[in-house]
Design a protein around this ligand. Structure first.
Ligand code: ATP
Length: 508
């Protein structure tokens, strides 16, 4: 097992042990790719959502929020293109009966070739020692060059067959590469079929009235169909944005990697309506703003990278992903897309309603262009906990696990701990809890030794532990222990609230 796999396994186990994330329906053996958030997870999730909302809706005077229903008129998904085109190519292995995304099988094959290159590099680095020049090795070693050429050829073919939606050729590619099912090891594959990712259900109580409707696969369409309502009632002037946070549902074929790819998840999306022709300027603006938002969560910049799409969806004229280095590699965390007037235009056509904007400066009406920022709340959660999880060796030789989560996101802001469970200390600690608990999420704990209680708080990322001891009863001072440095200071009870408040500021 590689170090990264090992880290990921530990993060998942930690998330369960400390009440962050549980498998859904666990006592019934679970439901694949569906998860529940526990007592600490829900706090972290709420804090991330709140941080996004404050940064987008509260901070920008020209962005407002909505909360649209999950059920929407089925024609909306026809107009948006989801009924016809929101699908992935799937293939089944006849022996293991396992289902795969055909393109992912090929991508995994490519990843294996990449790993082979990496292995060659590691071997050569060992052999050549200090004189090893990795850059030169990568561009001259015949074996590496051979792998590289093969990778490029496969990728070019994969992009083409995906673009052409040529299912027969994807199958051919899988056959030619002799890709075997990781479970059965056989190459006994079915044909490749398109699989629509939308969940559908019946709507209406009488059978005559029933019609198929979908659980929304994205929150964005709820914004587009409310564009006119919000623009008029909010007296919005272009450029302006509408933001929404909510559940989305996708019947993902390959559901793995914990909460990275779920069948029920939450999105935080903002559609920014702009004058046609100005969209690329705003696209650049939002890329920059969104990156700053990520960096302010106390996560180093190197953990993020921008991936500019070369291959664009038919409705987009520019698209970038903010990728994060998860334990399983750099993967999409947020998408920023310049979607032109595709969506509003389509809804105009299907609904027969005009979805335009009268621009007083230009003295004309037009369908606005849209720049969208779309981020997964659960993926952000995963980014934060997988970066935050740290195993530390301490000076005295002991070890601790600490969750380095930015204090403003931490589930619990302060723990109030009586040193011993007697002599009036619990009562004094309760008094301090009462001062703090309306303003901050706090936890009172009196069980176990103080050291063990500190460890438990470290493990869930609590920035401060406040310990009440015998001296507290004499002079109203407590010790306050900071999570990362483990430094302890003696301060007056009246200072606690301000210290916490100061630490919770977002580092913009
Ligand atoms: P991917 O390529 O990983 O499937 P996508 O390009 O389909 O993602 P978008 O449709 O752009 O994703 O959705 C915007 C964001 O929603 C993504 O960047 C991601 O953070 C989140 N998201 C999408 N699908 C899922 C999922 N199945 N589980 C959790 N989060 C998701």
């Amino acid at each position: 097992m590689s170090n990264n796999e090992d880290l990921f396994r530990k993060v998942i186990a930690h998330a369960k042990e400390y009440g962050f994330v549980f498998q859904s329906s666990e006592i019934y053996d679970g439901l694949s790719a569906v998860y529940d958030y526990g007592q600490n997870g829900v706090e972290l999730k709420n804090n991330i959502r709140d941080y996004w909302w404050r940064s987008m809706v509260q901070h920008y005077e020209n962005i407002v929020g909505i909360d649209s229903a999950i059920f929407m008129h089925p024609t909306i998904w026809k107009a948006s293109g989801h009924v016809d085109a929101f699908s992935d190519p799937m293939i089944d292995n006849k022996d293991s009966k396992k289902r795969y995304r055909a393109d992912v099988l090929v991508e995994d094959y490519v990843a294996k070739l990449e790993a082979k290159i990496q292995k060659e590099v590691t071997k050569a680095a060992k052999r050549f020692g200090d004189t090893f020049d990795e850059g030169k090795y990568l561009t001259t070693n015949p074996r590496v060059l051979g792998y590289r050429e093969k990778i490029e050829k496969i990728k070019a073919r994969l992009y083409k067959v995906m673009d052409d939606e040529n299912l027969t050729d994807i199958r051919k590619l899988i056959e030619e590469l002799e890709i075997a099912c990781p479970v059965s090891g056989s190459r006994n594959w079915t044909e490749v079929r398109q699989f629509n990712l939308m969940f559908s259900t019946q709507f209406g109580s009488l059978s005559e009235d029933t019609s198929i409707i979908y659980l929304r696969p994205e929150t964005a369409q709820g914004i587009f169909v409310n564009y006119l309502n919000v623009m008029k009632t909010g007296r919005m002037k272009i450029p302006f944005g509408i933001a929404q946070v909510g559940k989305a549902f996708r019947n993902e074929i390959v559901a793995r990697q914990f909460i990275f790819r779920m069948r029920e998840f939450e999105q935080m999306e903002m559609q920014f309506f702009v004058r046609p022709g100005e969209e690329l300027k705003w696209f650049e603006y939002w890329k920059d703003q969104r990156l700053r938002w990520h960096y302010a969560m106390d996560i180093p910049k190197e953990k993020y990278r921008l991936y500019e799409h070369e291959k664009l969806a038919h409705y987009a004229n520019a698209a970038s992903d903010i990728e994060f280095e998860f334990p399983f590699g750099f993967k999409e965390l947020e998408g920023i897309h310049s979607r032109t007037d595709f969506d509003l235009d389509a809804h105009q056509e299907y609904s027969g309603k005009k979805l335009q904007y009268f621009d007083p400066d230009l003295n004309k009406s037009y369908v606005p262009y849209v720049v969208e920022t779309s981020i997964g709340l659960d993926r952000t959660f995963l980014a934060i906990i997988s970066y935050g999880y740290k195993e530390e060796k301490l000076e005295d030789g002991s070890e601790r696990v600490v969750m380095c989560i930015a204090p403003f996101l931490a589930p619990i802001k302060a723990a109030v701990l009586p040193l011993v469970n007697k002599d009036g200390l619990p009562e004094k600690a309760r008094e301090i809890m009462d001062i703090l608990k309306f303003d901050y999420m706090c936890q009172y704990e009196e069980k176990d030794s103080i050291g063990r209680r500190y460890r438990r708080q470290d493990a869930i990322g609590t920035p401060y532990c406040i310990t009440v001891d015998h001296q507290t009863l004499e002079d109203n001072t407590v010790t306050i222990r900071e999570r990362d440095s483990m430094k302890q200071d003696r301060i007056g009870i009246d200072k606690i609230s301000n210290i916490i408040k100061e630490r919770l500021k977002v580092n913009k």
